[in-house]
Design a protein around this ligand. Structure first.
Ligand SMILES: [Zn+2]
Length: 123
């Protein structure tokens, strides 16, 4: 059991390194291909753990993942080249939360993804 847990930690580290070294969101399948010695199921479990601790964020629009921190509230993604930037916008998030709570919808977590055009792709 102890060994198994350590192995999970190692896989988490490997997956996180792939994410933090990438300039674009990376799909689970892509990550599994980049880590040939790790089973795909292990990659999926590692991603779940990383997302639950906030070390990675899932980008629903791309069905892919990026490295993040628990402080990351917003990810902006370039719809042309896929470049992304994690942002911290605690004031905006607080405001959205209280806006929802006032309308009797209890918010537990807010994470936003916004698409646009990055500096390099601007016409
Ligand atoms: Zn771009």
């Amino acid at each position: 059991m102890k060994l198994k847990r350590r192995k999970a930690f190692v896989v988490d580290e490997q997956v996180w390194k792939v994410l933090s070294g990438s300039k674009q969101p990376v799909g689970a399948y892509q990550i599994a291909n980049m880590l040939p010695r790790v089973a795909a199921a292990q990659v999926y479990r590692a991603l779940e753990r990383l997302v639950s601790t906030g070390k990675a964020k899932r980008i629903a629009a791309r069905n892919a993942f990026v490295a993040g921190s628990p402080q990351t509230d917003v990810i902006v993604i370039c719809r042309k080249c896929g470049a992304f930037e994690p942002l911290e916008c605690p004031d905006a998030i607080d405001e959205l939360g209280s806006h929802c709570n006032k309308r009797s919808f209890q918010i537990n977590q807010i994470f936003l993804e916004m698409t646009g055009t990055c500096q390099d792709c601007k016409p």
